[in-house]
Design a protein around this ligand. Structure first.
Ligand code: NAP
Ligand code: ZN
Ligand code: ZN
Length: 308
């Protein structure tokens, strides 16, 4: 369960075609294949993320960046198919997807661990890779939720020094267990003085708006603040603040299919898995309330096996 499911279902981002089934962190077993399918077979362990199709011919698709398809990728839910019907997501017993958009789930990843990698995992992996995070990098992760906790694990596994910026220190012990070197509370004004000029990358995973002017001075020369959080709130920015350390503000959206497979294989190889709480399907509303309270540790997963 991604916070985006809640944003979308509640209309935070604008038009929605109701009724809508959300869910784009899907893992399960292939039950049937079409005649021309060669990549997957009945019984294979597979996953589906945020995309179920794209044009596959534009420059971005050819570069493995289907999420930025120049002709518009088809989202797993609330997307429009060529026949005009609306795509429906993973809070369901089955989904039909073109084989090109189906990922292989390595044997060592249980389904409840593989699911969250399909969105929260790839959304944090893609910018870490794009901005070249590795040994010596100093990374701050703002917000310790579904995306944030995977950002910590992945940045740590890549060799970076990782700092968590959470609203309080309530999750500091967890952050250390996940691989963070230190935690600071964003509710404490002293945090922003203590960490001035400390980071190459600040990854913003907060589901609400943040005050960009407070985070820009945390960057070193040529540092980048990458926004992943998808709040629809407007925020203000003192543009000249960027000039003092030649810093950038960027955004990043999920990741491509090949890159998602790379992440799944990396997690299997390095023993990385999200920390999840599994909810039976009929507790979806409880789970959403707990996501909204930032109370889930750290990704809610819906078990749909009881639905049939
Ligand atoms: P989540 O599990 O709910 O985590 C969000 C975290 O943000 C919370 O754990 C909390 O961290 C912090 N937070 C929540 N409300 C806040 C508030 N009012 N003020 C300050 N901090 C607050 O959400 P998620 O599933 O990780 O998703 C995070 C955001 O990324 C959502 O907006 C989602 O739609 C977006 N997203 C974007 C992409 C993309 O492609 N760019 C992909 C997936 C999701 P602390 O308790 O540690 O402060
Ligand atoms: Zn998502
Ligand atoms: Zn395309």
């Amino acid at each position: 369960m991604c916070h985006s499911d809640i944003h979308m279902a509640r209309g935070d981002w604008g038009d929605v075609s109701y009724p809508l089934v959300v869910g784009h962190e899907i893992a399960g077993t292939v039950t049937a294949v079409g005649d021309s399918v060669t990549r997957h077979a009945v019984g294979d362990r597979v996953g589906v993320g945020c995309l179920v199709d794209s044009c596959r011919t534009c420059d971005h698709c050819r570069a493995g960046l289907e999420q930025y398809c120049l002709n518009g990728a088809t989202d797993t839910y609330n997307g429009v198919l060529p026949d005009g019907s609306i795509t429906q997501g993973g809070y369901s017993t089955h989904i039909v997807v073109n084989e090109v958009f189906v990922l292989r789930v390595p044997m060592s990843l249980p389904f409840e661990a593989a699911g969250p990698l399909m969105c929260a995992g790839i959304t944090t992996w893609s910018p870490l890779r794009h901005w070249g995070v590795g040994p010596g990098s100093k990374v701050a992760v703002v917000g310790l939720g579904g995306l944030g906790h995977l950002a910590v694990k992945l940045a740590h596994a890549l060799g970076a020094e990782v700092t968590v910026l959470s609203r309080s220190l309530a999750k500091a012990e967890d952050a250390a267990r996940l691989g963070a070197d230190r935690s600071y509370a964003t509710s404490a004004p002293a945090t922003f003085d203590a960490l001035a000029g400390a980071f190459d990358i600040v990854l913003n995973t907060v589901s609400a708006g943040i005050e960009f002017d407070r985070y820009i001075p945390l960057l070193r020369l040529d540092g980048t603040l990458v926004t992943l959080g998808a709040s629809a709130e407007q925020s203000s920015l003192m543009m000249f603040g960027l000039a003092f350390s030649r810093v950038s503000i960027a955004g990043s959206m999920i990741g491509g299919i090949a890159e998602t497979q790379e992440l799944l294989d990396f997690c299997a190889e390095h023993g990385i898995a999200p920390e999840v709480e599994v909810f039976p399907a009929d507790e979806v509303n409880t789970a959403w309330e707990r996501v909204l309270d930032a109370d889930v540790r750290y990704r809610a997963v819906l078990d749909l096996s009881a639905l049939s």
